[in-house]
Design a protein around this ligand. Structure first.
Ligand code: MN
Length: 252
């Protein structure tokens, strides 16, 4: 269930002067149309931005809708691609006008890089590169750094706040499984059917082969663990469903 969109700007600005317009703005446009669930709020935000752009409306209302788009998950890369795409249909000057506003709205995302750098300074092991090879099995952005590639393979896995992997099973005919050692931030490990266990630097978790589980960051913290792959015969990973968003958000 997505959060309910509530709007009061109509009544605040025009409630006295144009009560019907204020009612239509707050109760119908935002109260009903924006809350109709056939398409996501993120998609609605994108449609609205492009509609205003196409109409050449590049005033404070567009800034509001750009901020709304950002707040509903439109990334810097996405908005740049959206505006570029729309520009090809609606005209070059509109593209420039919207980019000037969007650049301001997404400017603090340049600061997000700094958050990662700040976090890097707090841990011994490298954060490494974006974990693209396994991105399909993660919610949010994770990073991977090989620590040992000989004898026992060890990787440092870093999760941005809110990032976690899907439920999965490390399979093996014999031996196998995984050991996790938290080396930074705060996160969770959970076995199927059990409560999640909090992990902080120094926490060690032994995961036998065949046990369904997930691991990842707390909703509000970066998190890193070394993942030690225990040697075994016929080892393979089985990836399952994502962790239920509602249950994850209950974790503090
Ligand atoms: Mn695992």
């Amino acid at each position: 269930m997505s959060e309910k969109i509530v709007q009061t700007a109509g009544r605040e600005s025009l409630g006295e002067f144009a009560p019907m317009f204020a009612h239509l703005n707050d109760d119908v446009l935002f109260g009903e149309v924006w809350n109709e669930e056939a398409i996501s709020v993120k998609t609605r935000c994108i449609i609205t931005v492009v509609s205003l752009m196409a109409s050449g409306i590049t005033d404070s209302s567009l800034t509001y809708h750009l901020e709304n788009a950002k707040n509903h998950g439109v990334s810097r890369e996405e908005i740049a691609a959206i505006i570029t795409h729309a520009t090809m249909y609606v005209g070059w000057p509109k593209g420039w006008a919207v980019f000037r506003l969007a650049k301001d709205v997404w400017k603090e995302d340049a600061a997000a890089v700094t958050e990662k750098e700040k976090y890097q300074d707090s841990i011994f092991f490298p954060i490494g590169e974006s974990n693209d090879a396994f991105a399909d099995y993660f919610v949010g952005q994770s990073f991977l750094a090989p620590i040992s590639t000989e004898q026992v393979p060890i990787y440092n896995v870093t999760f941005e706040p809110g990032c976690r992997n899907n439920w999965h099973i490390h399979k093996a005919e014999s031996g196998g499984g995984q050991t996790l050692i938290c080396v930074g931030g705060r996160g969770y490990y959970q076995e199927w059917g059990k409560d999640a266990v909090e992990m902080t630097p120094g926490s060690v978790i032994n995961i036998p082969a065949g046990v369904k589980h997930w691991h990842g960051a707390a909703p509000d913290s970066w998190f890193s663990h070394l993942a030690i792959e225990i040697p075994g015969e016929e080892t393979a990973n089985e990836w399952c469903e994502p962790v239920c968003e509602e249950e994850y958000r209950r974790l503090k």
